[in-house]
Design a protein around this ligand. Structure first.
Ligand SMILES: C[S@@+](CC[C@H](N)C(=O)[O-])C[C@H]1O[C@@H](n2cnc3c(N)ncnc32)[C@H](O)[C@@H]1O
Length: 247
């Protein structure tokens, strides 16, 4: 296997990517009464239930080393799951499908091994309206973004029964790309930049240039003039979606 990308960019994930309690509850509801759960692209184990039988699948040793919840994990990829047909009541895939090299194969594997599939993906059309893109427009042409699967695309591979909005609270504890929509200074923190793949995968000079422009706009009041209305809000939708499929 080639060096998994997250062996390089996954450092510090455990401190900046703390599961968001509101998303934990939303995912738990989507899993319904599933007793056995496979978490594919499991990373450090965020969002893995601890009150069900859970197995993780994850390619990156760096991510596996940051796991703390005690659930067993297998080093592997979505495209080739080492489990029998129908082995799990449900499969989880959280913010991982856009990283897979062959998502049709991975989604077919999810469907083969589980009766219900619960995925967190994002809707690029909505996420691109996020103000951060003004400072780092290069993210729009990054492979990860241009290839990100929409809920519609997931629906071409799985039998979708519901798609829910995942609202991002203003104090979101999981440092996903849009987590700091109301805390703009956070994007100047190198640890924050390193723990979100859209910035971690950009060249250092591009990140430095975008961060300098943001710092200037924060200092001279430009950011507040343009986006200050966001400070009144308690939650926002920047395209994160919970896709629930069955069969
Ligand atoms: C943004 S992280 C999400 C981790 C975890 N699901 C979470 O929500 O915290 C994406 C994960 O997908 C993993 N990944 C990348 N390619 C994969 C593949 N082909 N199959 C399974 N997982 C993969 C990465 O190593 C990384 O841990």
């Amino acid at each position: 296997m080639a060096e998994p990308t997250y062996d390089r960019i996954g450092v510090g994930y455990a401190t900046k990517r703390v599961p968001e309690p509101r998303w934990v509850a939303q995912i738990a509801r989507a899993l319904g009464d599933a007793r056995t759960v496979l978490n594919v692209g499991a990373g450090s184990g965020n969002y893995e239930p601890v009150d069900r039988q859970v197995v993780g699948v994850e390619p990156s040793s760096t991510m596996i080393a940051q796991r703390r919840n005690g659930n067993p994990v297998v080093q592997g990829v979505a495209e080739d799951l080492p489990f029998a047909d129908g082995r799990f009541d449900a499969a989880l895939a959280i913010l991982t499908v856009h990283h897979w090299t062959d998502r049709a194969a991975g989604l077919a594997e999810l469907r083969r091994v589980s009766g219900r599939q619960v995925l967190v993906v994002y809707e690029p059309l909505v996420s691109h309206s996020f103000w951060l893109v003004d400072y780092f427009p290069e993210v729009l042409t990054a492979d990860l973004e241009t290839g990100a699967p929409t809920p519609d695309e997931i629906g071409r591979h799985l039998r979708l029964v519901d798609v829910e909005t995942m609202w991002i609270p203003a104090d979101c504890s999981d440092g996903v790309a849009a987590a700091y929509w109301r805390r703009p200074e956070a994007y100047l923190d190198p640890d924050v930049q390193r723990s979100m793949s859209i910035l971690a995968l950009l060249p250092d000079d591009v990140v430095a240039r975008g961060a300098a422009a943001l710092a200037k706009d924060l200092e001279d009041g430009t950011w507040h003039r343009r986006h200050g209305h966001l400070l009144e809000r308690s939650e926002a939708d920047y395209g994160y979606r919970l896709a629930i499929a069955e069969g």
